[in-house]
Design a protein around this ligand. Structure first.
Ligand SMILES: *Cc1c(COP(=O)(O)O)cnc(C)c1O
Length: 374
C-alpha cells in the first residue's frame, strides 16, 4: 500500500542516533539543548522539546493557565489532541467553525463564541497552511485569552515572511513519522513570550524548579529542588533529539520536495471534474504537509474505497472532533459547525511525502482520474 505520508530517513540520521546511543547521555543531555536551538532557528521563537504533539498541546494549555471553569475555543477540523489537551485540564471546549477554503479556524466564528471565561484559543495550520493569526490575535487580545497555534502540520511554514512559531503566543509541533520531520515520537512547544515558555518547560519537566532565585528555600543545598505546581514528565530523550537535529538540517529540502509535488498535483489534477483542489492565500509560504482534495457529488466514500482497493493509501483528515463519543456524551451535537462537516464529508488526503516518486504520483492521479471520469 502506498502510504499517504511517511518519514524520510537517511544515513546521516542513522549515524546521529548511533552516536547518541554511544554517548554518556540517553536522555536530557546536550542533544536536547541543541535540538531546541535548531527548532528555534526554524520557528523563530525559543522552544522546549516534549514527547509528542499531544503532550505539546497539553503543556501549552497548562502554560496558558487553562483549568476548571475556563473555556477554550478550538477548531473541530483537527486531530482530537487539539481539544483533549485542554479538556483533560478541566476546561470546557467550545468549537468554532472553519473557513471553507483553508479549513482553518474562522476568526468570525471565534468572535461569536468568546466570553469572559475564554482562557485560550486553539487554531490549527491545517495541511501546513498557517491560520489567520493576525485576525485571531485581535480577538484573543480583546478577550484576554492566550492564542495557541497547533502547528503539527506547519513547521517551516511562513506568513508574510514570519515563521510559524512567531504567529501565536504558544505554538506546538509534532514529530510523528507522517509529519514534516520525525523523531519517531516527539514534539515541541515554542513561544514568543518567555514566561509562557518557562511555564511549558516546567510543566513538561514534572514541575521541578532548580534555579536558586525561584526557590522558596534557596539555602538547603546543591541537591535541592522544589515543585510549586504539578507537572508531567514529557522529556524527549537525547537519542531522539539527535534524530531531530539531523532531520531538521534537511527541512528546506523537505519543504521544496513537498512544494514541488503539490504543484505537480495541482497541474495534473487541474482538469479533472468532480474535484476541488487546495488553495494558498497570498503571503503564505506553506510547508505542504497534506494534499487535501475535496471529492464532490457525494462520492468521497466510493473514491476512498476504490483507491484503497487499488493499493493507494488515501486518508481522511479529519473527523470533526465533537463527533467523537467523548464529546457526544457531553451533549455536543452534530451540525454545530456546518462548514467543517461539509469539508469532512468531501475531504480526501492524497499521498504526499518527501520520497514520493513522480511515477507513484502519476499512478495516484491516473487512478483518481479513472474513477471520477469513468
Ligand atoms: C499529529 C497531530 C497532533 C498530535 O501529534 P502526536 O505527535 O501524534 O501526538 C496534534 N494535532 C494535529 C493537527 C496533528 O496532526
Amino acid at each position: 500500500m502506498l502510504p499517504y505520508g511517511r518519514q524520510s530517513i537517511d544515513n546521516a540520521d542513522v549515524d546521529a542516533v548511533v552516536a547518541a546511543l554511544g554517548s554518556d547521555w540517553l536522555t536530557t543531555g546536550p542533544r536536547v539543548a541543541r535540538f531546541e536551538k535548531d527548532i528555534e532557528a526554524v520557528a523563530g521563537a525559543p522552544a522546549v522539546t516534549v514527547t509528542n504533539g499531544t503532550t505539546a498541546l497539553n503543556a501549552a494549555y497548562a502554560a496558558a493557565g487553562v483549568g476548571p471553569g475556563d473555556e477554550v475555543v478550538v477548531t473541530p477540523m483537527t486531530f482530537v489532541a487539539t481539544a483533549s489537551g485542554a479538556a483533560t485540564l478541566g476546561a470546557k471546549i467550545v468549537f468554532a467553525d472553519v473557513e471553507d477554503d483553508t479549513a482553518n479556524l474562522d476568526p468570525a466564528a471565534v468572535e461569536a463564541v468568546v466570553t469572559p471565561r475564554t482562557r485560550a484559543i486553539g487554531a490549527v495550520d491545517y495541511a501546513g497552511h498557517p491560520a489567520d493569526y493576525d485576525a485571531l490575535r485581535k480577538i484573543s487580545e480583546r478577550a484576554g485569552a492566550v492564542l495557541i497555534g497547533d502547528a503539527a502540520h506547519a513547521i517551516g511554514s511562513t506568513c508574510r515572511g514570519r515563521p510559524v512559531g512567531t504567529l501565536a503566543d504558544l505554538t506546538t509541533f509534532s514529530f510523528f513519522p507522517t509529519k514534516n520531520l520525525t523523531t519517531a515520537e516527539g514534539g515541541a512547544v515554542a513561544s514568543i513570550r518567555p514566561e509562557l515558555l518557562e511555564r511549558a518547560r516546567t510543566y513538561s519537566r514534572i514541575g521541578m524548579v532548580r534555579e536558586p532565585a525561584k526557590l522558596r528555600r534557596p539555602d538547603e543545598g546543591g541537591w535541592f529542588y522544589e515543585v510549586h505546581e504539578f507537572g508531567n514528565n514529557y522529556r524527549l530523550p537525547d537519542v531522539l533529539c539527535a534524530l531531530g537535529s539531523s532531520q531538521l538540517s534537511r527541512l528546506a529540502e523537505f519543504k521544496a520536495a513537498r512544494q514541488r509535488l503539490t504543484a505537480r498535483y495541482d497541474e495534473l489534477l487541474a482538469d479533472v471534474p468532480g474535484l476541488r483542489l487546495p488553495i494558498q492565500r497570498e503571503g503564505v509560504d506553506p510547508m505542504r504537509h497534506l494534499y487535501p482534495v475535496r471529492i464532490l457529488d457525494g462520492r468521497r466514500r466510493e473514491v476512498y474505497d476504490r483507491l484503497r482497493a487499488a493499493g493507494i493509501g488515501v486518508q481522511v483528515n479529519y473527523i470533526p472532533v465533537y463527533w467523537h463519543p467523548v464529546f457526544e456524551d457531553l451533549g455536543y451535537q452534530r451540525g454545530m459547525c456546518p462548514v467543517a462537516e461539509r469539508f469532512y464529508a468531501e475531504e480526501l488526503s492524497l499521498p504526499l511525502f518527501v520520497d514520493l516518486t513522480d511515477a507513484d504520483q502519476d499512478r495516484v492521479v491516473d487512478a483518481l482520474r479513472a474513477i471520477l471520469i469513468g
